[in-house]
Design a protein around this ligand. Sequence first.
Ligand SMILES: NC(=O)C1=CN([C@@H]2O[C@H](COP(=O)(O)OP(=O)(O)OC[C@H]3O[C@@H](n4cnc5c(N)ncnc54)[C@H](O)[C@@H]3O)[C@@H](O)[C@H]2O)[C@@H](O)CC1
Ligand SMILES: [K+]
Length: 477
Amino acid sequence: MRTAYNVETVRAAERELMARLPEGALMQRAAAGLAAACADLLGRVYGRRVVLLVGSGDNGGDALYAGARLARRGAGVAAVLLAPERAHPAGLAALRRAGGRAVGVEGAERLIEQADLLLDGIVGIGGKGGLRPDAARLAEAAERSRAAVVAVDLPSGVDADTGEVRGAAVRADLTVTLGTHKPGLLIDPAREYAGSVRLVDIGLSLPPQAELEALQHADVRRLLPVPGGESDKYRRGVVGIAAGSARYPGAAVLAVYGALRGGAGAVRYVGPAADAVIARFPETLVSDRGPKHAGRVQAWVVGPGAGDDASAVGEVLASEVPVLVDADGLRLADRDAVRARTAPTLMTPHAGEAAALLGVPREEVEGARLASARELAGRYGATVLLKGSTTLVADAGGGAVRVNPTGTAWLATAGSGDVLSGLAGSLLASGLSALDAGSVGAYLHGLAGRFAADGAPVGAHDVAEAVPAAWRDVTDA
Ligand SMILES: NC(=O)C1=CN([C@@H]2O[C@H](COP(=O)(O)OP(=O)(O)OC[C@H]3O[C@@H](n4cnc5c(N)ncnc54)[C@H](O)[C@@H]3O)[C@@H](O)[C@H]2O)[C@@H](O)CC1
Ligand SMILES: [K+]
C-alpha cells in the first residue's frame, strides 16, 4: 500500500524525529536522496549545468545542500535566490564552499534556459496559496526551458494536502518527495505537475492511519475473491443489475459485461433491455418483474442508462443488501432513503454528477476532488467513488481515502463507467466492503483500460474484455 500524509502529520513526525537527531541531520538525508535522484536523471554529473531555484524556507535549504553535493561531483551549479537575504544560510555557505555560486532573480532567465537540470526548491510543504509573482515567473521560465525539472518534496505552487493548483506551478519531470508522499502528489490536478515521484526515506515514524492510500498489486491480490472448493454460484455471490432503458439498452449490456468479469457467481438482470442482454450474454438470469421480485441477490447495481425509472432505484435502495448507485440512479436516489439504509451503499459519480449532488459548479469538484468526495460521503452516509483520472473512494466514517493509481486517460470513453459499475457491483456481491469493492474495481478497470488501449483508442467493451487479463496480472505478480 502506498500512503500519503497531510502536512500537519508530516510536521509532527519531523518534530519528533528532529528532537532525537543532531541538528541538520534530516536535511542532509533529504539532500543526499535528492542529489542521488538528480545524478540518476543526468547520467553523468561532471560538467553538467545545474540551476537551483531557491525560496527562503527549508525547501530551498534542501535544494542548496543537494546542489553542493552535485557541485562536489563536478557539476556547474548556480542558485537563483528569490530572497537573497533570507536564503538558508548554512545551505548557501555549503554551496559556496563546494564551488557553486548564487545570483538574484534578475538574469535568472538565461541561466534557466541554458541549464541541463533545474532543481525546484522554491517552496515545499510551507507553501500558502498560489505562487507569488516572482516565484511564478521562475516557474514559467522553467516550463519554457528544455532542462529536466526535479521538484524538491512537491512541485512549487501545488497544494500538498488537497492537490489544488491555483495559478502558476512548477511542472516537474520528477518529484523527490521526502519522508512520505503528500496527498497532492497522488490527486489531480497537482499529480500532473509532479511527473514521476520518488520517495526518499528520511526515517519519519508515521501514524497507522494515512490521509490517502493507493492500493498496489499485492493489496489487490489479497482482496480479490477466490472461489474455494465448496463454492457454488450462490456462494460466490449473485449480483443484480437494474440498468438500461428503451433509450439506453447499451448501458445494461456494458454493466452486465463488467459484472460477469467481476467475480460474482451469477448475474441477474432486471429492466427493459433484457433481450439485448440475453442476445449478448446468454448466461445472464433475466427478469422483467422489477428488483423487488427478481429473486435473491447479494448486491445490486442500479442506475446506468436508467433514464427516469425512479421506482427501480427506490426498490433497490429499500433492499437489505449492498447497493451501488451510478449515473441516472444518482439523480433519482432520495437522499433520506440512502441515509436510512443499513447495508452498505456505494455511489459512483463523475465530477459533473458529484457537482450536481453537492449543488456546486463542476470546476469546484475538479479543483478540490478530495474534499468533494469526503463531503458527499458525509452528506449521504455512503461510500463515494469519485471518478476521474485519479479516482477517489471515500467512506462516510472518515478514515483513509483510497486513490486509484492505475487510471488512464483512454478510459474517458462512453460506457466505460457502466463497465466499472458492473465490475464493482460484482465485487460487492462477492463480499468485499464498499471501500474495497470500489477501489479494487477501479484498480482492475484502470489496468484493463491500459491493457486494452495499449496507446490507442478503445471502446468500453474492450475494457470489459481486458478485465480477466488485468485480474491475472494482479494474481500472477
Ligand atoms: N522540517 C524538516 O525537518 C524537514 C524539512 N524539509 C524540507 O522543508 C520543507 C518545509 O520547509 P519550510 O517549513 O521552511 O517551508 P517551505 O520552504 O516549504 O516554504 C516556506 C517558504 O516559502 C515561502 N512561501 C510560502 N508560500 C509561498 C508562495 N505561495 N509563493 C512563494 N513563496 C512562498 C515562505 O515565505 C517561506 O519563506 C519541506 O517541504 C522539505 O523540503 C526537509 O529538509 C526534510 C526535513
Ligand atoms: K518545491
